[in-house]
Design a protein around this ligand. Structure first.
Ligand code: PTJ
Length: 263
């Protein structure tokens, strides 16, 4: 379960504050930055996410629940699933992502946009502290190149992302999502912005705050683990990312329309 940030922040943000939850999530990122997990740009990315979360009503909506179910089915059907971890994901919900990897039988790989050896090591340590047995992406000897992306994200582990059939890429950039798709992989993402290139390019986009959705996905995997493979395949083929994203966009429009009427 998600824990609030530093002692200073906990003192500064009383539980009774109407925006306590959001402020405490923010403090997780700041703590993550102070402890060397998060890139400076990660703080800005969180700001953009917060704005979309606000517009979505700061709750897990119906389209997000549907995407989570489809993602759980895809992960249970996968032969070689993997969860890609960046600085923001590690700071916000390392424990939930480790638990998700255990439930799904998925590997974990550190993969950074603003790559640095120190941050890679700090993130790997954090994942291990949360119970991960193996963390890929930190051994230069097994490094390989994912074609189609020129950023540091293209440097992947040949036994991890390169060999995977289903890849979870939280808080991602569109370039690598497109490259992973091109390489024949099923791409699942968490992204609060339903308009982003990543959201529009992935096979399954969970439009929700990763602090809420990562635990829900781990729970769905556990709940659906005993289901027949035909049922799982049906769940995946019934899912339509385009219409699901359209529903998230409509959710924002409806929230705004309601507020505009009340203004
Ligand atoms: O740790 P690194 O070096 O790999 O860098 C990670 C960041 C996040 C800085 C990097 O990937 C980046 O710049 O990402 P973008 O392009 O800003 O995209 C991040 C997306 O995640 C945006 O669409 C945000 O709306 C979304 N987002 C931000 N916070 C959350 C989120 N989605 C879900 N939950 C959040 N808490």
């Amino acid at each position: 379960m998600w824990e609030p940030g530093s002692l200073t922040t906990r003192r500064a943000v009383p539980r009774s504050h109407p925006r306590a939850e959001s402020l405490l999530i923010r403090s997780r990122l700041v703590d993550g930055f102070d402890s060397g997990l998060v890139a400076r740009e990660g703080l800005l990315a969180q700001g953009r996410g917060e704005a979309f979360d606000y517009l979505l009503g700061e709750k897990t909506g119906r389209p997000a629940r549907r995407a989570i179910r489809a993602a759980a089915a895809a992960l249970l059907l996968a032969k070689s699933p993997i969860v890609s971890i960046n600085g923001n994901a590690a700071a916000l919900c390392a424990a939930e992502l480790v638990s998700l990897s255990v439930q799904a039988g998925a590997k974990l790989e550190v993969n950074l946009f603003y790559a640095s050896k120190r941050r890679e090591q700090a993130i790997a340590r954090m994942l291990k502290k949360c119970g991960a047995r193996e963390v890929l992406g930190i051994n230069p000897a097994s490094s390989a190149r994912l074609h189609g992306t020129d950023s540091a994200r293209g440097r992947v582990d040949r036994d991890g992302i390169l060999a995977a059939d289903v890849v979870v890429v939280p808080l991602e950039d569109g370039d690598r999502t497109a490259a992973l798709r091109k390489a024949g992989k099923t791409v699942i993402t968490f992204d609060l912005n339903p308009l982003s290139r990543t959201s529009q390019t992935a096979h399954i986009t969970i439009v929700d705050n990763i602090t809420r959705a990562a635990g829900l996905l781990a729970a769905d995997i556990q709940r659906m683990a005993g289901k027949d493979r035909r049922v799982l395949r049906q769940t995946v083929s019934d899912y339509n990312n385009r219409s699901n994203l359209a529903e998230s966009i409509a959710q924002i429009r409806n929230n705004l329309a309601r507020r505009a009427r009340l203004a």
